[in-house]
Design a binder for this molecule. Sequence first.
Ligand code: FE2
Ligand code: FE2
Length: 172
Amino acid sequence: MSDFEITALVLAEHEIFRRDFAALDDLSGEDLAAAWEALHARLEVHAVAEEQLFYPLLAQEADGEEETAEGVHDHNEIRHAAAAVGEQELGSDAWWEAVRNARQVNADHMAEEETDFFPPFKDAVDDEQREALGMRWLAFHDEHEEAEGLSGADAKVAEVVAIEVPEGDPTV
Ligand SMILES: [Fe+2]
Ligand SMILES: [Fe+2]
């Protein structure tokens, strides 16, 4: 299986999130502000990419409507937790508490995706399609660097479940 299979790419980004949250602890001032801003943007790109490429198929192909509803609910919780960081003074105790909360809800969610959602998805969506989705995942990240063009608004379960994910590799 190639490195561009979509769940491998999602997992790789989860590992980056784990590392980047941990790295915040060693930063302060402008470096801390910039690192948090970049991490916040990447969390949004990751969430929307999953909502467009992973969760619709989990619902439609893997009988995973409940799991999709749970995943989208988690994404909105992560959005709120990350937005709450911006309401605190950078580097203050309250700011760090808000970051720890965002880190925790994100960590719980990533673990659930990896443990409970990837296996049924991989059973239901064949290798070829998962690789094509991986190419779409990469293209989405190129298009929305630093969350450009993404609103950060809550996702709606019914809309995610209804998305028609295009088939095939977008690059061929
Ligand atoms: Fe997610
Ligand atoms: Fe994820």
